[in-house]
Design a binder for this molecule. Structure first.
Ligand SMILES: Cc1ncc(COP(=O)(O)O)c(C=O)c1O
Ligand SMILES: Nc1c(O)cccc1C(=O)C[C@H](N)C(=O)O
Length: 420
């Protein structure tokens, strides 16, 4: 990227962008708002409202309970779509169910049960809190040692630190493929390989990776994974999560919540729990059908884009953002809080600033740019390749420069709102 990037160059990049037309497949209510928080909650696909309205009217309204033979397949059917278009997994390895937190608990407990008398669990200290909290609870209840690996908040986990912590005593390693704070991207194949050498399971949290970088679960030799569908997959607020269990492991692992959706021959209503032989055993109870349904139109857009092209554009969008931050924001005290090498970064960029909290608020209220603040002092900006234009990045950084230059954030209170 040249030092000085004129706005017209971004317009030219948009004109040549093979994904540009997909923007029309999302809802834009406010044309002046620049949305850079698709890594927290993705935009509404234009086809979703009618798709859901039809399901409510014709499915729920007309078919009533007769709809279940169709709906009951959706955890697996939509799981297979995710496997194909986003996760590099095989059919029958991905199911949509529960929340990411609950799926993490289920798969972590299953792995710990299968790991025999190994006593150690490893987690990245920079990981999203829910992962750590769940592992703290599991470790406490089972008398295991949870080792929190030191993690650079800007660069993510150093693979050398992980390798040094791996031993024959490690039962389970839990890591995010893309770190929620910095966007640091891990080499999944290298981690899986290192863990396999000592016989430890790896459970991946793919929340910030799925739909933004090509995830190759099969090719990388992954055992277990979970992730959100409301971020880059655009499934909507509270959309159900997914879980992945490598085919060869499915019959060997047992998850701890013995619900009837995990039961073999569910509708025989047998007296005792007998887990299904395959992926179904990782389900628990009645799935949120309307929530799952919203994933179909969202995945249609991703399938048309192709995850490789999404990644290519994601790299270019974040490269543009980093170049503009370097050129325009450094004089105002901003520094990059993400890996500089795009090969080591997902689709979002974080910037340090001691006033990040107030700047994030000012950017939204005065600049009409929605990103977010993450502790302790980071402004997080997530362009979503399916609908963010290059010119949006240019405009957002220009508005941020203006706020920094005028210090207009100083008018705002210092207290953090309840939800950031
Ligand atoms: C890495 C990661 N894991 C898990 C979650 C949350 O999971 P849940 O949907 O269970 O709240 C998030 C975001 O909220 C996340 O960024
Ligand atoms: N899931 C969220 C929520 O219920 C409220 C506010 C934010 C979220 C998020 O998804 C945050 C997001 N996982 C993050 O990376 O910070």
């Amino acid at each position: 990227m040249p030092d000085e990037i004129p706005r017209y160059l971004c317009k030219e990049m948009d004109a040549a962008d093979p994904l540009a037309d997909l923007r029309d497949r999302f809802v834009f209510v406010d044309d002046d708002l620049i949305y850079l928080d698709g890594n927290s909650l993705g935009r509404l696909p234009a086809a979703t409202p009618d798709h859901l309205a039809r399901l409510v009217r014709e499915g729920w309204g007309e078919q009533l309970v007769r709809g279940w033979p169709t709906w009951i397949e959706w955890s697996r059917r939509i799981g297979d779509r995710l496997a194909t278009h986003a996760l590099g997994a095989r059919p029958g390895e991905v199911a949509v169910s529960d929340s990411t937190s609950v799926n993490l608990y289920k798969l972590a407990a299953a792995a710990l049960d299968a790991a025999g008398d190994r006593r150690t669990v490893l987690v990245d200290g920079g990981d999203f809190p829910t992962d750590r909290y769940i592992l703290q609870g599991l470790a406490e209840a089972r008398g295991l040692t949870l080792r929190v690996l030191p993690s650079d908040l800007d660069q993510g986990l150093d693979p050398a630190d992980l390798r040094a912590a791996l031993s024959e005593d490690v039962a389970l390693v839990v890591l995010s493929a893309v770190s929620y704070r910095s966007g640091a991207l891990l080499d999944m194949a290298a981690v899986n390989d290192a863990a396999r050498r000592v016989g430890a399971y790896v459970l991946w949290d793919l929340s910030h990776a799925v739909g933004s970088v090509p995830v190759e679960l099969t090719a990388s030799g992954a055992d277990l994974a979970v992730g959100c569908t409301y971020k880059y997959l655009n499934g909507g607020p509270g959309a159900p999560a997914f879980l992945y269990v490598r085919r060869e492991l499915q019959s060997r692992l047992r998850q701890p919540i013995q619900g009837w959706f995990g039961q073999r021959d569910q509708f025989r209503m047998g007296a005792d729990y007998d887990p299904a032989p395959d992926l179904d055993r990782f389900q628990v109870g009645t799935p949120p059908v309307l929530g799952m349904a919203a994933l179909d139109p969202a995945l249609d857009v991703l399938a048309d884009a192709g995850i490789e092209r999404v990644r290519e554009k994601g790299v270019r969008l974040t490269e543009l953002m980093v170049s503009l931050a370097d050129a325009w924001l450094t004089p105002y005290g901003f520094t990059l809080a993400s890996p500089r090498d795009p090969a080591r970064r997902g689709s979002h960029v974080s910037l340090h600033h001691p006033e990040a909290l107030r700047i994030s608020r000012a950017l939204a209220e005065q600049g009409r740019v929605v990103g977010d603040y993450r502790t302790p002092d980071r402004l997080r900006l997530g362009p979503a390749p399916l609908y963010t234009r290059f010119v949006d990045v240019w405009d957002a950084m220009d508005r941020l420069r203006d706020i920094a230059e005028r210090r207009s954030y100083e008018r705002l209170p210092r207290e953090a709102p309840r939800v950031t």
